[in-house]
Structure formats: structure tokens, C-alpha cells
Design a protein around this ligand. Structure first.
Ligand code: TRP
Ligand code: SF4
Length: 401
């Protein structure tokens, strides 16, 4: 399997998803599932890294979220959907990675210290909370994913996965012959160049000297006496790279700011400014009708300015050109009321949600089907992770007696 085609992403079971999740994340997943080999999972272990005291609702939230995914068009026929805790092999990888990960890497993850302070009152500061970016790294590396769709806030965690993979490959990816072959190639450089290469190698590896790395690379490349394979080996030796047992993943940025909230800020659960993915039509209508508009527009006769109005952002997402032009001129010309202006948005949201609500209903009525989707998914996921673990155990030489 080519890791560039493998996608992994997870979501904490937060309960009901809203239109921000739909436009930001889920539509993206639905698109990716046709082009990539996708694994999407419900990150219930991750929920425990902060909310370990309140696990009562976790099962219902997980189920509801799975239905939201399916209703939004995530197709269990082309993606693997599973619940994180049903793939315990990932925990073994997490454990092994924890042995080689400096705690300083975890402490300097952006947001860790701030979060720590903010959560003081909830008796935080747990081991699991500190380690959660590493758990996320294990989630990703276990599947040898090349592509990880995440929001900007999650990018540092994907970077952590890259660093951990690099360290793992450096420590365990060199098979027994690697060093001897590299040494043989160094001897072929001749006395003078060989000595220089060694000097630069030490400068780079022990002092992190980047200039030394560049110079050494140039030195290797200009050696006519080496075969290409020998050149490659010496270049790899410089960076301490051996076999790539755990490929380094890249993040694929999800544009989570696409969806405005009812108040014009980003739609987010904590903001009380959300329309749920499966909101009842009456509630959609009520929420949009009570939305704030341009504060300067108090009476019908006052001219408004769409740029100052959160409703306009909804038109940008939901309306066609003709409607948008109408909004611009009628708002600025005080030619219609705000309720009239909001109606096309209400209609568009309800129309968008109708097939979603219908699909969700079918899944709500068929719990066995949901059960089968996640148990098939877990089985497929476990096979993948077991294959990774076989290589990992071999590389770390944890093979029993
Ligand atoms: N930590 C992510 C979040 O809070 C969820 C997550 C867990 C995840 N494991 C992952 C995302 C692996 C991508 C890949 O949103
Ligand atoms: Fe906003 Fe429309 Fe009212 Fe203008 S007319 S203030 S765009 S809701």
C-alpha cells in the first residue's frame, strides 16, 4: 500500500455535529473517500484525555456522531469506519512510541500549558492528557497514513507524528548491514574526502550543524567514484535515515472557518451559535429568523450594509448569484425587510438538510446495521495495525526468546 494514498482522521465523540462540521470536515471526507483509501474513526480514547470523569454519555455520543457521518454521505462501502477503543493494537504502538518520545516534545506542544491552566479546576494534569498528541501520532502511524485531514489547531500534532516517525526510523530502521555498507562507501571516498565526510557527519549529527549537512551533501554528490546506490546510502547516512518503517505523514488543512455562526463568528459548539446538522426545520427557521442583522438597520427604512451582517455570510455560502445581487441592492436600498432577506437562506438550509435527515432516520431505525459497520471497520483496521506492529516488533527486536 502506497502511504500517499492512505488517509486517516478522527473526531472526538462530542455528540451532535453542526453545519460547521458539515461544510468544514464532512464534505471534505466525502470527497476524499473517492480518491483515497480512508480510515475515519471515533476518537473515544481521546475524549478520556480530558473528560474521563464523565463517560456516561460517550456511547450515545459516539453512535449519534456515526449517524451524522453516514447521513452526511460518508460511505461505509468505500471507507473504513471504526471506534478507536475497538482497535486496541493502536495502544501497543502508543506504548512503544512513548519509550522514544522525549517528554519535552509533549510539553512544548502549542496550547498544552494554556490548556493545563484552563483545566486546573477539573483535576487535569494527567499522564494521558500530556500524552494525547502522542496517542494521536500512534493513530496516524499505525495506519502508515500519508495524508491527515485536520483543522489548523491539529497541525502541531501531525508534525509530532512526523518527528516521532523520523526518530523511530532513525533508531530502528537501520538493518544490520546498513552501517557496514555505509562505512565501505566512505572508504571509497578516499582518505581526504573520507575524513572530511566523517567530520561533517559528526558536526551535523551531534551539533545539529545545518551548514555541515549541506557541505557534506555536496561532497557526496560530486564523487564520480561512487555508484548511485553508494551515493544514496551516504546521503541517507548523513540524516541518520534507514528503512522507513513508519512513513512520515502530511496534514491536509481543513478549512474549518468556512461556516459562519449565527452571530457571524465561526460556528462552534461552545459558541451557542450553531445550527445542528439534523436540526428540525422549525428550529432552523426560528434560529435564522432571530439572527442578528446589520445593527445599523433598525427600521425597514434604514439602509443596510451586507458586509456588516452575519446573514450575508450565509448568502455567500447558500445563495446563487441572482439572489446575492438582489440581497445587495435591496439591503442597501432599504427595499425589503430582513425577514424576507433571510427566507432564501432558511429554504436553502432546510433543502440541504432534508436528504441528510432522511438518511439519518434510516440508520436510527437500524441499529444492527450501525453495529455491523463499526465491527467490520474495526476488523479491517485491526488487520492494518497488526501488519504495522509486526514490522515494528521486528524492528525493535521485541520477538520473545
Ligand atoms: N485530536 C483530534 C481532535 O481533537 C482528533 C483525532 C484523534 C485525530 N486522533 C486523530 C485527528 C488522528 C486526525 C488523526 O480533533
Ligand atoms: Fe442583513 Fe439582509 Fe437585513 Fe441586509 S437585508 S441587514 S443583508 S438580513
Amino acid at each position: 500500500m502506497d502511504s500517499h494514498r492512505r488517509v486517516v482522521s478522527g473526531m472526538r465523540p462530542t455528540g451532535e455535529l453542526h453545519l460547521g462540521h458539515y461544510h468544514g470536515v464532512l464534505k471534505n471526507w466525502v470527497k476524499l473517500q473517492h480518491e483515497f483509501d480512508c480510515f475515519f474513526f471515533i476518537a473515544d480514547w481521546h475524549a478520556l484525555t480530558t473528560d474521563y470523569e464523565t463517560t456516561q454519555g460517550i456511547r450515545a455520543s459516539s453512535r449519534r456522531m456515526l449517524i451524522d457521518w453516514l447521513a452526511a454521505g460518508v460511505n461505509p462501502g468505500s471507507t473504513t469506519l471504526f471506534v478507536q477503543s475497538q482497535v486496541p493494537e493502536v495502544a501497543e504502538l502508543h506504548l512503544l512510541l512513548s519509550m522514544i518520545t522525549p517528554t519535552a516534545w509533549l510539553e512544548r506542544v502549542p496550547g498544552y500549558k494554556e490548556m493545563q491552566d484552563k483545566l486546573q479546576d477539573r483535576s487535569q494534569g494527567t499522564y494521558g492528557f500530556l500524552g494525547y498528541p502522542l496517542l494521536q501520532s500512534a493513530d496516524i502511524l499505525a495506519f502508515r497514513a500519508g495524508v491527515v485531514p485536520v483543522g489548523a489547531d491539529q497541525e502541531p500534532h501531525v508534525e509530532m507524528a512526523r518527528e516521532v516517525a523520523r526518530r523511530f526510523n532513525y533508531l530502528y530502521g537501520r538493518d544490520d548491514g546498513f552501517e557496514a555498507q555505509a562505512e565501505a562507501a566512505i572508504r571509497k571516498l578516499g582518505k581526504k574526502s573520507g575524513a572530511l565526510y566523517r567530520q561533517l557527519l559528526t558536526a551535523h549529527q551531534t551539533h545539529g550543524d545545518d551548514d555541515a549537512l549541506q557541505t557534506a551533501r555536496a561532497l557526496v554528490r560530486e564523487q564520480g567514484s561512487l555508484t548511485l546506490a553508494e551515493q544514496e546510502r551516504l546521503l541517507g547516512y548523513l540524516e541518520g535515515i534507514g528503512k522507513s518503517i513508519l512513513p512520515e505523514p502530511q496534514s491536509l488543512l481543513t478549512d474549518t472557518a468556512r461556516m459562519p455562526g449565527l452571530d457571524g463568528d465561526k460556528m462552534s459548539k461552545s459558541g451557542h451559535n450553531v445550527i445542528l446538522l439534523r436540526e428540525e426545520p422549525d428550529d432552523v427557521m426560528r434560529k435564522v429568523r432571530t439572527m442578528q442583522t446589520d445593527p445599523a438597520r433598525i427600521r425597514l427604512a434604514d439602509a443596510g450594509e451586507p458586509e456588516r451582517c452575519p446573514v450575508w455570510q450565509f448568502h455567500e455560502l447558500y445563495s446563487d448569484d441572482a439572489t446575492r445581487q438582489q440581497v445587495q441592492s435591496k439591503c442597501r436600498g432599504a427595499a425589503w425587510g430582513c425577514l424576507e432577506c433571510k427566507q432564501p437562506v432558511i429554504d436553502a438550509i432546510i433543502a440541504e438538510q432534508e436528504p441528510i435527515r432522511e438518511r439519518a432516520q434510516q440508520y436510527e431505525e437500524n441499529p444492527e446495521l450501525l453495529q455491523r459497520i463499526v465491527s467490520d471497520g474495526a476488523e479491517k483496521a485491526r488487520d492494518e495495525v497488526r501488519a504495522t506492529l509486526n514490522d515494528v516488533r521486528e524492528a525493535t527486536r521485541l520477538l520473545g526468546i
